[in-house]
Every structure is written in structure tokens, then in C-alpha cells.
Ligand binder design. Structure first.
Ligand SMILES: [Zn+2]
Length: 259
């Protein structure tokens, strides 16, 4: 963590401590010291990305704020992917028993020939996926995730990154992901999860955005605030198996639903 970022964290911790009238939580841990499953890099930087309005709307504690900041704001200095994209990359290489970063896997025969659908551009992974011959992107919200135009059993993988929380009917979206997967295919994705609570939908609450509310359309309002039961949606959508890949607890997970 840079000195500047470290000072920003300390300042935020102090602000929370004053506001809530209690001692601020300890930092979750040192800067991410692992390995980038996108490019193989080992140097990371951290930045605070959450802002007070979103923190208040979400009602998250200082500790929860810190681990979401790490998930979104801790990035690889080489490829600039953040922990959530790196968690997604880890899940993909793990599914195919590949013991290297995703960028290397995509040079193998198996990697090159995978049929991948990305709902949105899956964070920074799009940059290394976009040249694959069987890669397709369906941009939400212009492209409705609950009504995909692809034939049944078209893709080996469907991926998405921090998209499902914006979909009004996430189970319908997951059912569509399942429909377009081959028999042994997987839907692998990230969502922001607050692990100490259950999922709740924001219907009836003030609209909340994971971005600048002045520039984002209503399609990017948060529909579901995911909690510890997020994995159950896969079974509601008809998947037979769920795996949760952890890059760093509790800040960076990817969920894998198997058909
Ligand atoms: Zn990297």
C-alpha cells in the first residue's frame, strides 16, 4: 500500500470511528501479496474507491467498506486488473486445471478454442479475451441478460463481473446463462458480497448506484445487495453444483455454477 493510500485509509477509519462513536476495525490485512491470475504479476497497489453516499445507502460498516475497497481498488501494477477480476481469472484457470495465469492459458489449444460469452466486458478480462475466435460479448443493459438470443448449449463458459446485482430478475438471468451453456459448461462471475448479512433487494428504497449516479442510467441502479446466501440463486436457476473460489477472504470471491 502506498503511503498516500495508507493515509487515506487511516483518515477514513478515523472518520468512521468518530461518526459511529466506536473504535475502528483493524485493517483486514496487508496489501494483497499473492499472484495475479490474469497476467502473473506480483506487485499491487491499493486505492480507496467507495464514497460516503454509497456507503450510507448500502449501510455497510467500516470493515465491510474496507474489504469492498480492496476488492475494487487493489490492482495489479502490470495488467491493472483489480482483485475481483483476478478472482474471476483464478476461477477460470482452476476449472480447467491450468496452473498459470489466464493470459497463458488462453494461448493453449484448449484456451484458444473455448466458446465464451461475456455479459458485459467482465472487468479488465475483456482485453485478453477479445481476440479469441469464439468470444462474444452481450452488453447489459442494452442486451437483456434475461433474454439472450443465443441457441441452447452454445458456450463452454458464461462470465460476468459485478453485473447480476443490477439485473431486476437475477434468477431469470442465471437461467438464461444456464440455457446457453453446454452440458459441462459453467457460469463464473463476481458480485459484491457482504458476507455478514443475507441478500436483500432494494425495491422500495432510494436508488443506489455503483458509480456516478449523475451519469448512470437507471439500468445501473442496484437491484440486489448480495449477502452470504448469494450461492442459492444458482440452484433456483437450475444449476446442479456450486463452487466458490476465494482469492482473498473476505474481499475477493468468484462464484461458479455448473450446469
Ligand atoms: Zn496482472
Amino acid at each position: 500500500m502506498t503511503n498516500l493510500t495508507s493515509r487515506a485509509y487511516t483518515l477514513i477509519q478515523r472518520l468512521f470511528t468518530k461518526k459511529k462513536g466506536r473504535i475502528g476495525p483493524a485493517l483486514v490485512g496487508p496489501d494483497y501479496s499473492g499472484y495475479c491470475f490474469v497476467c502473473g504479476g506480483q506487485d499491487f497497489s491499493s486505492a480507496v474507491v467507495l464514497w460516503q453516499e454509497l456507503i450510507d445507502e448500502w449501510g455497510i460498516s467500516p470493515e465491510e467498506t474496507e474489504y469492498i475497497n480492496r476488492q475494487q481498488g487493489t490492482t495489479c501494477n502490470r495488467c491493472h486488473n483489480n482483485l475481483r477480476s483476478i478472482a474471476l481469472a483464478k476461477a477460470i484457470v482452476t476449472k480447467y486445471n491450468f496452473s498459470g495465469p489466464l493470459s497463458y492459458f488462453l494461448k493453449t489449444w484448449l484456451g484458444k478454442n473455448l466458446k465464451i460469452l461475456s455479459i458485459n466486458t467482465a472487468g479488465g478480462l475483456h482485453e485478453i479475451l477479445k481476440n479469441l475466435k469464439n468470444y462474444q460479448v452481450a452488453e447489459y443493459p442494452e442486451y437483456d441478460m434475461t433474454k439472450l438470443s443465443f441457441a441452447d448449449e452454445t458456450f463452454d463458459l458464461v462470465i460476468h463481473s459485478d453485473t447480476l446485482e443490477h439485473v431486476p430478475s437475477p434468477v431469470l438471468g442465471l437461467q438464461e446463462c444456464r440455457r446457453v451453456l453446454i452440458a459441462k459448461g459453467s457460469c463464473i462471475f463476481t458480485i459484491p458480497i457482504i458476507i455478514g448479512r443475507l441478500s436483500a433487494d432494494r425495491k422500495g428504497k432510494k436508488a443506489s448506484y455503483h458509480g456516478n449516479s449523475a451519469t448512470l442510467s437507471n439500468d445501473w441502479a442496484v437491484q440486489t445487495e448480495y449477502g452470504a446466501d448469494a450461492w442459492t440463486e444458482g440452484f433456483h436457476a437450475g444449476f446442479s453444483n456450486v463452487q466458490i473460489h476465494c482469492l482473498e477472504f473476505p474481499s475477493a470471491f468468484a462464484i461458479q455454477f455448473n450446469k
